[in-house]
Write a protein that binds this ligand. Structure first.
Ligand code: ZN
Length: 651
């Protein structure tokens, strides 16, 4: 048996440890998302939790961990007789590998039994194994989309529903969801983000003494795991007992009205969506009181609960760093207002506003810098970055889907003959690609009915299944942005950044890869190599230096090279080039020649020219690119959504 690192030996990481412990006390909180750079021992801490969890009483022989006190009525191993002697086993921490197959996660049909015995036997998957325990996903931000969907369904309903190869099975799957991720590698889908009750940011300590202690303990553990663990056994036992005691105390803990008002006031002040945040905060505050051996929630509990429950759910510009902590001042203000007795429940929190998930709402991060002088910002150096204008919902920019079925839904999924297997179906015409397991599974239950006696399978036409495959129609959106003096007029650059941020947001929601090339002075630079982390992209954009001359051709050439490299690296992605420019060039060769070489690539020119006299250079550039020009102002307007479809080219 592998000896795990003891929880009580972990140095620092106080928020993370507290978040895990609170969930251990009250699994209804809904789990923890742990964000942090590599090498911060996130996984070690998470894995060490398992040893502290109370044992679980289960029905003997049930592979779905039914609770003897309340067995799952739909348990595939059931029905269970009442009065069976229960069995206890240690709580499980089940790891879900990001590349796992759907069968492995959701479970699968035992084909052998189906074929030989004619019964539908279900082989439980990881969701079943994690029932009443912890489901841990390391690098959860890299989880395949189809697994995210499975996970969301199970987490939302507490039930895993598996339909596969003609079998339908339903079983309870309630687990503590814990995910770790390195945000530099990309963000989570918002729906999944919302599923995590608490979120904590971890970073390695900057304190040399603490770092030394971490190293010392790790070396000691590696040298003699069993001996080291033994030294912490008493500490581990204490923690486990404290969790068990807090669990027992939990139902008796009361949440006074003023504490509840504090919770709702804080949630309103931070403009969180829906009611989940309020509930999670309430549960966390109650669990914290129980953990500390109290029977009543205090304002301090509410404060701590807010710090753990809100950072990842406050409504914000998606380009804010989701890892950044809460605005403490705002938290204190909301709390003190709610907790002061003579307060007339002052309803000064912003209203829900439109109920979409658009970025329009919630405080713009940069605010409106009114202190800026109105003049032109960028002479030569011009390194003061402009804070971007608030992003707005833009039109969809997407190249034409290449697969069959077109761009279905936001994620641009298509089904067709290539891509990963995505189930089977009855063919609607001539059978093209037989799915043998699905066909056998369809035939198996009817063998007796069809009077099979010998060894051959009685197969009928209606048993035939064809494999359905699903591929992602993913895009690469490469921005090529003029950052020269001609664009640097303060308000203009703000508008440009706002537009690019909005386009980035669109790409983010579609899970596209995004890259950024900028040009100014004499040269073009790849400000951001193609990445899935929009956070990274927006950060680079916000810090973008501006000013100098305008080497438009150099910018396009750079974009051409980036696209060529990406075509080799990831040929399935369809490129879309977005050139943000007023069309002028004041250094280097004529951009039109380079532009013609890019005519193969779908492109859009965002025309930033303004003023009474217009040269129409951006339009000329767009013509050379074989793309379309859109005026910057038009980009914000919803009614133009249709225009972009004309921009698309079939790859
Ligand atoms: Zn059962």
């Amino acid at each position: 048996m592998i000896v795990g690192y003891p929880f009580s030996a972990v140095v620092g990481h106080d928020d993370l440890k507290l978040a895990l412990l609170l969930n251990a006390v009250s699994p209804a909180i809904g789990g923890v998302l742990v964000r942090g750079e590599k090498g911060t021992a996130k996984s070690t801490v998470v894995r060490s939790l398992a040893a502290l969890l109370p044992e679980v009483a289960v029905v003997a022989g049930c592979r779905f961990s039914c609770d003897p006190a309340a067995p799952d009525p739909s348990c595939p191993d059931g029905p269970h007789e009442s009065g069976l002697s229960p069995q206890t086993r240690p709580a499980r921490l089940v790891e879900l590998p990001v590349g796992a197959s759907e069968d492995r996660v959701a479970g699968s049909l035992d084909l052998e039994r189906a074929l030989t015995e004619g019964v539908k036997a279900f082989e439980p998957g990881l969701l079943a194994a994690a029932h009443r325990g912890v489901l841990y996903v390391d690098e959860v931000n890299l989880l395949h989309d189809h697994l995210v969907d499975l996970l969301l369904d199970a987490a939302a309903m507490g039930v895993a529903h598996v339909e596969r190869e003609g079998v339908s099975v339903r079983h309870a799957a309630r687990f503590l969801l814990v995910g770790t991720m390195n945000p530099e590698e990309g963000e989570l889908r918002p729906q999944l983000l919302d599923r995590f009750g608490l979120a904590v940011e971890v970073r390695a300590s900057r304190d040399p003494a603490e770092r030394a202690e971490v190293v010392r303990r790790r070396l000691a553990f590696d040298a003699d795991p069993a001996g080291y663990t033994g030294a912490y056994a008493a500490g581990e036992r204490d923690l486990a007992q404290r969790i068990a005691a807090a669990r027992e105390r939990l139902p008796a803990v009361t949440l006074p009205d003023d504490a509840l008002r504090g919770i709702t006031a804080v949630c309103a002040a931070f403009d969180v969506e829906g009611m989940r945040a309020d509930l999670v905060m309430a549960r966390a505050a109650v669990a914290l009181a129980a953990w500390e051996g109290r029977d009543e929630v205090t304002p301090g509990d509410v404060r701590t609960a807010a710090r753990l429950a809100l950072p990842h759910r406050r409504r914000r510009d998606p380009f804010d760093d989701p890892g950044q902590g809460l605005d403490e001042e705002r938290l204190e203000q909301a709390l003190s207002e709610a907790l002061s007795p003579d307060d007339d429940s002052g309803d000064d929190a912003p209203d829900d506003g439109p109920d979409d998930d658009g970025p329009g709402g919630g405080g713009a991060p940069g605010g409106e810098p009114a202190d800026a002088p109105p003049g032109e910002g960028g002479g030569t150096g011009g390194r003061r970055p402009e804070s971007p204008g608030a992003p707005y919902r833009t039109r969809l920019l997407a190249p034409e889907a290449v697969g069959r079925g077109g761009p279905a839904g936001r994620r641009g999924r298509t089904t067709g003959e290539s891509g990963r297997a995505a189930g089977a179906r009855t063919p609607d015409g001539r059978l093209r690609r037989l799915d043998l397991p699905a066909t056998l599974a369809a035939a198996a239950p009817h063998q007796r009915g069809r009077g099979r006696t010998g060894s051959g399978l009685v197969l009928r036409r209606e048993d035939l299944r064809e494999a359905l495959r699903e591929g992602r129609e993913s895009n690469l959106v490469l921005f090529c942005v003029d950052a020269s003096g001609s664009m640097a007029a303060r308000t203009r650059m703000r508008a440009v950044k706002g537009a690019v941020l909005s386009l980035l947001l669109d790409a983010y929601q579609r899970r596209d890869k995004v890259g950024l090339v900028t040009f100014r002075g004499e040269e073009a630079t790849v400000a951001l190599p193609p990445t899935s982390s929009v956070e990274l992209a927006s950060g680079r954009l916000a810090r973008l230096a501006t000013g100098g001359r305008t080497p438009l051709a150099a910018g396009l050439r750079r974009a051409e090279r980036v696209l060529a490299a990406e075509r080799l690296r990831d040929p399935r992605r369809r490129p879309l080039l977005v050139v943000v420019t007023d069309g002028r060039h004041t250094s280097g060769p004529d951009p039109v020649i380079t532009a013609r070489r890019l005519a193969e690539v779908a492109s859009v020119v965002v025309d930033c020219e303004h003023g009474p006299v217009r040269l129409g250079l951006a339009g000329r550039l767009a013509a050379a690119l074989g793309g379309t020009a859109i005026r910057l102002e038009e980009l914000a307007a919803d009614h133009l959504a249709a225009v972009v479809r004309d921009v698309r080219k079939v790859a």
